[in-house]
Design a protein around this ligand. Structure first.
Ligand code: ADE
Ligand code: ZN
Length: 407
């Protein structure tokens, strides 16, 4: 493995506490060679939402295949709408985009497109979030969602050499009762996902709202993660740790506001799955050069780089790595940084049990893998299957405009 970098807390195929090891060769890498190194090294992606990998082209193709219409005239027009001011402004369009997913094959095609893209970026292991409530609320059976995604994960191992696992996320703008119902519906497929997470609108929906359902998931033996400290305060990170008892914190970038929390995260080696381009697009930081990834690493935290919703935020894994390292000056020459901090940010690993590359270089394997699924056949949407921007939701807790509904 390049640079001898390992990290901890990847959940599949086995949960092992990996201690980072550092290779002195990292010190000798010149800054201008860093982008190529970042692209070439094998990586683990631990924070991405599979519905957030739905590219505008695939949204249009699936809408056509399923005979639904969407309120944008073209791919370009849809892409232009990706101008977000905060998390909620993104979630409104993200949930609407997911409305084109109806059949098991749709879920497979979405996941497969991401997995091929991840393989091209030399991601060798990925843990993919999915939001079943977004689909079951529209009448799509849990079985359809899980089976489509899981089949793509199985094929990824045999056809791409990528190990892929699923994490079921509860939507925090909905009730805990709804989360319990979702868990019940998912339990027949429990061998097809490795853990549970918590996502969607953060502020106003603290982790403790889901204390009982997470306790139940813990009893059932699932791995536990939660989004906390993306926009929400450090208190949410504390309660993700102490109430939900999560093993990783997704985002967690607001933790730098609380020195005690920073000490706790460092002491307990709780990984933060940081998503720099997401934070930029959602205006968590005004500029990538102001991102606090370097500060997190310098404080001794385990912070990893991930893509979150790559189709919406302008970059998959390699883009996140290269842009962030360039903008923040994360090289050994950065004042205050060290070989240790740079290595930890890279979170590069081949997980235990993952297939080996049979001697080929990462970049040659990447080019070998660039086979794309054929776009689905086009069909005219009948008028009765028109999708509309949502009217204010029946649920007072639901984010405004969260779905396009069938007319
Ligand atoms: N769902 C998809 N992306 C998300 C994010 N960045 N934060 C919270 N929920 C999400
Ligand atoms: Zn996320």
């Amino acid at each position: 493995m390049l640079c001898g970098i390992t990290t901890q807390q990847q959940f599949a195929p086995t949960m092992t506490d990996f201690r980072p090891t550092y290779d002195k060769s990292f010190d000798r890498i010149a800054a201008d060679r860093l982008p190529a190194l970042l692209r070439a090294m094998p990586k683990a992606e631990l924070h991405m939402h599979i519905e957030g990998s739905l590219e505008p082209e695939l949204i249009f193709a699936l809408a056509q295949r399923n005979g639904v219409s969407i309120p944008y005239a073209s791919v370009e027009e849809l892409r232009k709408a990706y101008a977000f001011t905060n998390l909620q402004s993104f979630l409104d369009i993200y949930y609407a985009g997911a409305s084109v997913l109806l059949k098991e094959q749709d879920f497979y095609d979405m996941a497969w497109a991401y997995l091929e893209r991840a393989a091209a970026d030399n991601v060798v292991h990925t843990e993919m979030f999915f939001d079943p409530q977004t689909h079951t609320a529209r009448g799509v059976p849990m079985e359809t969602v899980v089976n489509g995604l899981h089949r793509a994960c199985t094929d990824a191992r045999s056809k791409l050499g990528v190990s892929a696992a699923l994490i079921l996320c509860f939507l925090r703008h909905l009730s805990e009762e709804d989360a319990f119902e979702t868990l019940e519906q998912a339990l027949p497929y429990r061998d097809k996902f490795i853990g549970v997470g918590l996502d969607s609108s953060e502020v106003g929906h603290p982790p403790e709202k889901f204390a009982r359902v997470f306790a139940r998931c813990r009893e059932l033996g699932f791995h536990l993660v939660a989004h906390a400290g993306e926009e929400g305060p450090p208190e949410y990170v504390w309660s993700a740790l102490d109430v939900l008892k999560v093993e990783r914190v997704d985002h967690g970038v607001q933790s730098t506001k609380d020195p005690e929390l920073m000490k706790r995260l460092a002491k307990d080696r709780i990984p933060l799955t940081v998503c720099p381009l997401s934070n930029l697009k959602l205006c968590v930081f005004p500029d990538l050069s102001k991102h606090n990834l370097g500060a997190l690493l310098d404080a001794g935290l385990v912070a990893t780089v991930n893509s979150d919703d790559p189709a919406y935020f302008g970059g998959y894994m390699n883009q996140n790595f290269t842009e962030t390292f360039a903008a923040t000056g994360l090289t050994r020459n950065r004042p205050g940084s060290s070989r240790r901090t740079v290595s930890r940010a890279a979170s590069s690993t081949r997980p235990p049990g993952a297939p080996t590359s049979s001697g080929s270089t990462p970049s040659s394997r990447a080019s070998d893998r660039r086979r794309r699924a054929a776009p689905p056949a086009a069909a005219s949407p009948p008028a009765h299957r028109r999708w509309l921007p949502a009217t204010p939701s029946a649920s007072p807790a639901a984010p405004a405009g969260a779905e396009w509904r069938r007319a």
